[in-house]
Write a protein that binds this ligand. Structure first.
Ligand code: ADP
Ligand code: MG
Length: 699
């Protein structure tokens, strides 16, 4: 079913300099925007359309609605009030007049507007001093005998390319489109595999660049037109196939079979003060099955804050250790890594496991000892921060790399740790954990290359955090609330946020809040952490809070990640309206980790935007991380939710995961069939959309 189409590759892959009028300098301007080939221009889609296929009679013009008009010049006024001004009144035989208004113009232009000259103009009218006017319309003076035929397609308005005028851009895209091969040559998808209502690729491209006059412009601007869906489908398909390819490449490696010889898993389970939740058991079962096979695991464990991912990681590590090999656990901050170290030592050392500690602050003798233990294999588990990836760190036999809060790391960091365990054709298994739940639809597209498990149940006995939303004027009451909570021996967080401000501004605002709270609550021990502090100072304060040596912690959002202080039962978040849902959810997850009833107060600065209101309402009404993630996706779109850089999720040219999520089942269906029956077509699709260099290595 594959058809060779070498012509396509030739046409689309030609550099832009093959277009008439594009020299090296111009090509560089395009390249700065990532446009280097003729095909890149095919895919440089309009962001707007202008309808010049009809002429709107002047009396029908409406303010704010763009239109094309035609009329004869009735009056010209040239003035210099505060700046040069040219006003040209045109009439079309109706009683109405329209003023074309220019602030910068050349005298040659003025001369064109003779009384009685025929002018055709396009623009958006607004209400001026004397009826409607269009400021700086695009216009043309027609010759007397000229028919002035109207086109039958809408005019495209392209996203700007710096240094290239809109007219030139339009002309070059049109030239590129002339090189579009015939439909059957361009098409890579086998006939019959596309949903019926979707056009061929060639038709889709031509429609999007030059939509017919009766096209549904609303659908086009919303990105829901069949022509756009056609492109989005193909793009999503290409990404799916690329991830699939990477997964297969990973699976071509061998990995050590890890099983628990020696019953350490059961011993740990027996020693824990709690029983695993159903979800923890299920997810550990999935990991266990993966590790029992001689091919590398790449599994993402998603679990809401407090769902108990650490113990699952410990159990997984025991499988590596039980097989006589090593495991490593990497966390994004020292504090978090230290917390893991404490937990893991408490759980595993009684079972005879040696745990080594590697972080930036481990230096001198301690560091050389740790490195020696890791290299000799004496340390069976290594816990640490980025320090684990450093050059001097050599493992004797790393079989399982665990990465906590993976959204804080780049893909490359994950790969760097994995490579520490690569030997011959063998790679270690990888377990990545995240507390940022990703909606299932999105996970399908984002993580086609890895398996996803969800710990979708919290340990029993947690009282859900009660969330209230209050205007900032209620601040004084909260001071009393903190006083009361701390009087009962509980602890509280006060989170200061100012998004878009520099760390310094936030730190200053937080400093003021800290001073105010310290003054208002003299009987309490109040700590303060912010992003501009030295890491060691920050850690010391967090640790003091964790140990109960501080009652109230004033903080910027630096406390967001994973710290566990079960005794903290009250959190106040200032300017909550400025934060995204996922971030609010992460922050709120710092309370409600013990058995005491906890609450979270979201303070906002009125007036609230519609979007902010919805976010806060979502926070108030649910604590389910998956529901929140779905809502976040709906409100903000996937880019922000996932953070392109962190996940290695590619940027799409056309597709939008939130908008086009409903295409994903179809994408999967076609993807599986292509991979099975026409792998060479699959490869060409990947090349077309993603190019030879994989933009994101997800292996
Ligand atoms: P997270 O998934 O956010 O990393 P942690 O692993 O830090 O969560 O676990 C949060 C707290 O819950 C820890 O104190 C941990 O010991 C405890 N915990 C984990 N699993 C259970 C369970 N099944 N029952 C009760 N407590 C548990
Ligand atoms: Mg955690």
């Amino acid at each position: 079913m594959a058809r060779p189409a070498p012509v396509l590759a030739a046409a689309g892959d030609r550099p832009l300099t093959t277009l008439p009028g594009v020299g090296r300098v111009m090509a560089e301007k395009f390249a700065a925007r990532g446009l280097t080939t003729v095909q890149d221009l095919w895919l440089h889609l309009p962001r707007q359309y202008e309808d010049r296929t009809r002429i709107t009679p002047l009396p029908e013009l409406q303010p704010g609605v763009a239109a094309q008009v035609e009329g004869r010049v009735e009056a010209v006024e040239r003035g210099f009030r505060y700046r040069p001004l040219l006003r040209v009144a045109i009439g079309d035989g109706s009683r109405a007049t329209l003023v074309l208004r220019f602030f910068h113009f050349r005298s040659q232009q003025v001369n064109q507007f003779r009384i009685g000259a025929r002018v055709r103009a396009y623009g958006t009218p607004r209400i001026g001093q004397q009826g409607l006017e269009i400021v700086h319309p695009s216009y043309r003076v027609l010759d007397e005998g000229e028919a002035g035929e109207l086109g039958d397609a809408l005019d495209p308005v392209y996203p700007a390319v710096e240094g290239v005028g809109p007219g030139t851009l339009r002309r070059l895209v049109a030239q590129a489109l002339e090189q579009l091969p015939p439909a059957e040559e361009l098409e890579l998808l086998p006939p019959g595999c596309l949903p019926d209502q979707l056009p061929s690729l060639r038709d889709a491209l031509l429609t999007l660049h030059r939509p017919p006059r009766d096209a549904d412009v609303g659908a086009l601007l919303a990105g829901r037109h069949p022509a756009q869906r056609r492109l989005a489908l193909e793009e999503l398909l290409a990404h799916h196939l690329s991830l699939r390819r990477q997964r297969i490449a990973l699976q071509a490696h061998a990995a050590p079979v890890l099983v628990d010889d020696g019953g350490r898993v059961d011993a740990l389970l027996a020693s824990l003060p709690f029983a695993l939740t159903g979800a923890q058991k299920r997810v550990f079962g999935e990991i266990r099955a993966d590790l029992a096979r001689p091919s590398p695991m790449l599994r993402l464990v998603q679990g809401d804050v407090g769902s108990g991912k650490t113990v699952v990681a410990a159990l997984a590590a025991l499988l590596a250790i039980g097989s006589g090999r090593q495991a490593a656990l990497m966390a994004p901050t020292e504090l978090l890594a230290e917390q893991h170290l404490a937990n893991l030592r408490a759980w595993l050392e009684p079972l005879g496991v040696r745990v080594a500690w590697l972080a930036g602050k481990v230096i001198g003798r301690a560091r050389s000892q740790a490195l020696a233990d890791v290299a000799s294999g004496a340390a069976q588990l290594v816990v640490g921060t980025h320090a684990l990836m450093q050059q001097g760190v050599v493992f004797a036999d790393l079989a399982l790399a665990i990465i906590d809060e993976q959204h804080r790391f780049g893909v490359h960091q994950r790969l760097a740790l994995r490579d520490k365990g690569a030997q011959g054709g063998r790679v270690p298994h990888q377990l990545v954990m995240t507390a940022t739940p990703i909606p299932r639809t999105l996970a399908m597209a984002a993580y086609a290359d890895l398996d996803v498990s969800a710990i979708d149940e919290l340990p029993p006995g947690r009282t859900p955090v009660q969330t209230v939303v209050l205007g900032a004027s209620r601040r004084p009451e909260l001071i009393e609330r903190i006083r009361a909570a701390c009087a009962e021996g509980r602890q509280a967080y006060w989170v200061c946020t100012l998004i878009d401000e520099s760390d310094e501004v936030v730190a200053q605002a937080a400093q003021t809040t800290w001073e105010q709270l310290t003054a208002a609550l003299p009987e309490l021990r109040v700590g303060f952490v912010h992003g501009r502090m030295k890491a060691a100072e920050k850690q010391a304060t967090m640790l003091a809070f964790k140990r109960g040596e501080l009652d109230l912690l004033v903080a910027t959002t630096v406390i967001e990640v994973g710290v566990d202080v079960p005794n903290a039962s009250l959190m106040i978040i200032e300017n909550a309206e400025r934060l995204g849902l996922s971030q609010l959810h992460q922050l709120r997850g710092r309370v409600g980790r013990g058995s005491a009833a906890s609450s979270c107060v979201l303070l906002y600065q009125p007036p609230l935007s519609q979007m902010a209101r919805q976010r806060l309402e979502t926070m108030r009404s649910t604590s389910d991380g998956f529901v929140i993630a779905e809502k976040d996706l709906e409100l903000r779109g996937p880019g922000e939710l996932l953070g392109t850089r962190q996940t290695g999720l590619a940027e799409f040219r056309i597709a939008d995961l939130a908008r086009d999520a409903d295409l994903l089942p179809e994408v999967h269906r076609i993807g599986e069939s292509l991979a099975a029956r026409a792998p060479e077509v699959a490869d060409r699709l990947v090349d077309r959309w993603i190019g030879g260099a994989a933009r994101y290595a997800a292996a």
